[in-house]
Design a protein around this ligand. Structure first.
Ligand code: CA
Length: 153
């Protein structure tokens, strides 16, 4: 019997595409808050230099993900918004699930920042369903939290 090939890993994204996703995520947040994203604000949100932001924005513009206008700020194209919204959603689902268990915010942030770029759609769906279930079932949440606390080594 021949063994079938393992499925191709689609979720292992490079660190460059993780960076692209982080930019689009933050630009999406800024646009929601202000209607546009300025280089100075993106730099602050991502903790990088304005020169780095300008370089990346030019790349994103060349790839059709944003429209960059020097004096007016950056807006997302439809393709850019789709990616930005998807990352924001991944971030939210993962954060909420961990918040249910009272993990400290610094740990949640660090873990979610990594996981949000690599999680597959089916796995995200599982975690979303789990999170929704925990929202609606305080008894289940209490039971799982108790197990979680008891499992500390
Ligand atoms: Ca991020």
């Amino acid at each position: 019997m021949s063994r079938s090939m393992p499925p191709r890993v689609e979720n292992q994204r490079s660190s460059e595409s993780a960076a692209v996703e982080d930019y689009l995520e933050q630009i999406s947040h800024l646009i929601e808050a202000k209607g546009y994203a300025r280089v100075v604000d993106i730099a602050e949100k991502l903790g990088v230099s304005q020169a780095s932001v300008t370089n990346m924005i030019r790349k994103l513009d060349a790839n059709g993900l944003v429209v960059y206008e020097k004096y007016r700020g950056t807006v997302l194209t439809e393709a850019g918004e789709r990616i930005g919204a998807s990352v924001r959603q991944r971030h939210q689902v993962l954060s909420r699930l961990l918040e249910h268990f009272g993990i400290d915010p610094g740990t949640i942030h660090a873990d979610v920042e990594g996981m949000e770029h690599h999680i597959s759609r089916p796995t995200l769906r599982v975690l979303r369903i789990l999170t929704e279930e925990l929202n609606e079932d305080p008894k289940l949440l209490a039971r799982l939290k108790k197990k979680f606390s008891a499992s500390v080594e």
